[in-house]
Design a protein around this ligand. Structure first.
Ligand SMILES: [Zn+2]
Length: 130
């Protein structure tokens, strides 16, 4: 079981079981919504319990994706592809050890010019196919 929350604690979520490896998305939308890039883990919805979801504001950044944040403290929390059965959870929101690591970078063609990517993490200019 892993526990996570927004900065002020009004929104919390829990994940049953271990976290999978995470990915870092460097697309312009993720960079602008997070202030850097989005480090997240993707989980089947049935393993995620959100408490205080009434406090989440959903911003539709495209026709297929909405992003959830708490407008009071500004925390970026959820990346929710509307037509999929999984949801992306911000790794920075987790309390305590996550016991996971990033193993994939996506949209690296759109990354900022002020930081370098770590070579040991698989890189894709766009998301990997499949
Ligand atoms: Zn992205």
């Amino acid at each position: 079981m892993h526990h996570a929350s927004c900065l002020c604690g009004a929104v919390t979520f829990e994940v049953t079981g271990d976290l999978p490896c995470g990915d870092g998305c460097h697309c312009v939308n993720c960079r602008k919504s997070t202030g850097h890039f989005l480090a997240s883990v993707d989980l089947p919805r049935n393993r995620v319990t959100i408490t205080g979801e009434d406090n989440v504001t959903w911003y539709h950044s495209s026709k297929k994706v909405r992003r959830g944040f708490f407008k009071k403290c500004g925390a970026t929390l959820f990346f929710d592809p509307l037509f999929q059965d999984w949801i992306g959870l911000s790794l920075g929101a987790f309390d305590g050890p996550t016991n996971t690591t990033l193993n994939l970078y996506t949209y690296t063609a759109q990354k900022g010019d002020y930081y370098e990517l770590e070579d040991h993490i698989e890189q894709h200019l766009e998301p990997p196919v499949g």
